[in-house]
Design a protein around this ligand. Structure first.
Ligand code: DIR
Ligand code: MN
Ligand code: MN
Ligand code: MN
Length: 306
C-alpha cells in the first residue's frame, strides 16, 4: 500500500491544550519506520497549517470554529486528493474534530467511485453532539453528527456535500454518552457496540458482523481511532480518559481483523495528548495498533474460507 501521512496539529476542538503535539509524538514513536518495515511505501506530507477561516462566525456553542473549520476544509481536500490518487490517507491527530474533514473527504471520494462509505468509530464517546445539544461546546464531541448531516455547523463545508449514512456508522467501545446524544443516536440508527456488548460478545463476534456488512455492500471502511477507546491504564495520554476501556489485546484483535479484511481505506489516529502522556507510552501504543492494522502478525493465519 502507498500510505500518505497527514499531520493535523489541531487542539482547538477539544477543551484543552496539547493534542497539537500529537503528530510530532507519533512521528517520534516511529510511525513511518514501522510502515516501511511492513513493506508499505510511505510519503509524509507534513502538517496542515491553514489560516483561520475569516468567513466563519465566532459561535459560543461551537468553540474555535474559525480554526476548526479551516482544518476541516484543508483536511477534506487533502484526504480526497490522496484517496483519488490511489493512496491510503493516514491522519495523525490532533483532536477528534478533524474527522469532520477526513471522513467528509472520504465520503466525497466514495461517492465519486460509487461505493458506500462505512465508518468504524473506536472511542469511549459517541461524538454525536451538535452545537444545539453539546454540554461543552467543544467541537470534538460533534464530528459523527456532522459528517452524517445531523449537526449544522455554520458553512464549514458546502451544503449538498456527500454525507455518511448513520446506519453505516459502527461505534465500538462506547462508555460516555450525553443525554441528547443518546436520543440522536437511537433516532438515526447509528450501530453502537458499547463496552457492555463488547464484554458480553467479545470483539471477534462484533468485528465479524461489521466486516461482513461492509464486505457484502462492497464498501470502503474508514477507521477513526480515538486514544480513549483504550483503557487509560494502557494509554493515559489523552484529555478525556474514561475508566473501563478496551484492553491491549482487544484493541489489537480489532486491528488484526481489519487488516485481514482488506477493507480499510483510511485511518485517523486522534486525541493523543503528549503533554499528558507517560514517557511516550500512549504514542507507542498507537503506533503498535497501526502496525497490526497495516499487517504485522505474530504468526500467519490460514485465510478464512469465503
Ligand atoms: C462530551 C465529551 N461528550 C462533549 N466528548 C468527547 O463535550 O461533547 N470527549 N469527545 O473526548
Ligand atoms: Mn507544525
Ligand atoms: Mn472522540
Ligand atoms: Mn473520546
Amino acid at each position: 500500500t502507498s500510505v500518505t501521512l497527514i499531520g493535523v496539529p489541531l487542539e482547538e476542538g477539544s477543551g484543552r491544550r496539547g493534542a497539537s503535539m500529537g503528530p510530532t509524538a507519533l512521528r517520534i514513536a516511529g510511525i513511518a519506520t514501522m510502515l516501511t518495515e511492513l513493506d508499505h511505501r510511505v510519503t509524509d506530507s507534513g502538517d496542515l497549517h491553514p489560516a483561520p477561516a475569516a468567513d466563519l462566525p465566532d459561535d459560543p456553542k461551537a468553540h474555535h470554529l474559525k480554526i476548526v473549520g479551516a482544518f476541516t476544509r484543508a483536511l477534506e481536500a487533502k484526504v480526497y486528493d490522496v484517496a483519488s490518487s490511489g493512496g491510503f490517507p493516514l491522519i495523525l491527530g490532533g483532536d477528534h474534530s478533524l474527522s469532520m474533514g477526513s471522513v467528509s473527504g472520504m465520503a466525497r471520494y466514495a461517492a465519486e467511485v460509487g461505493r458506500p462509505l462505512f465508518v468504524l468509530w473506536l472511542d469511549a464517546h459517541s461524538d454525536f453532539n451538535s452545537p444545539a445539544t453539546s454540554p461543552s461546546g467543544n467541537i470534538h464531541g460533534m464530528p459523527v453528527a456532522y459528517f452524517c448531516g445531523q449537526a449544522e455547523i455554520a458553512n464549514v463545508l458546502p451544503a449538498g456535500r456527500p454525507l455518511v449514512d448513520p446506519k453505516k456508522v459502527f461505534q465500538v467501545g462506547i462508555r460516555s454518552v450525553d443525554p441528547h446524544e443518546r436520543e440522536q443516536i437511537r433516532e438515526h440508527g447509528v450501530n453502537v457496540f458499547d463496552m457492555r456488548s463488547l464484554d458480553e460478545q467479545g470483539v471477534a463476534v462484533i468485528m465479524r458482523r461489521v466486516l461482513d456488512t461492509v464486505s457484502a455492500a462492497n464498501g470502503l471502511l474508514h477507521v477513526s481511532f480515538d486514544v480513549d477507546f483504550i483503557d487509560p491504564d494502557i494509554a493515559p495520554g489523552v484529555g478525556t480518559t474514561v475508566p473501563g476501556g478496551a484492553t491491549y489485546r482487544e484493541a489489537h484483535l480489532i486491528m488484526e481483523m481489519l487488516s485481514d479484511s482488506g477493507l480499510v481505506s483510511s485511518l485517523d489516529l486522534v486525541e493523543l495528548n503528549p503533554f499528558l502522556d507517560d514517557r511516550g507510552k500512549s504514542a507507542r501504543v498507537l503506533v503498535e495498533m497501526a502496525a497490526s492494522l497495516f499487517g504485522r502478525r505474530i504468526f500467519d493465519r490460514p485465510t478464512r474460507a469465503a
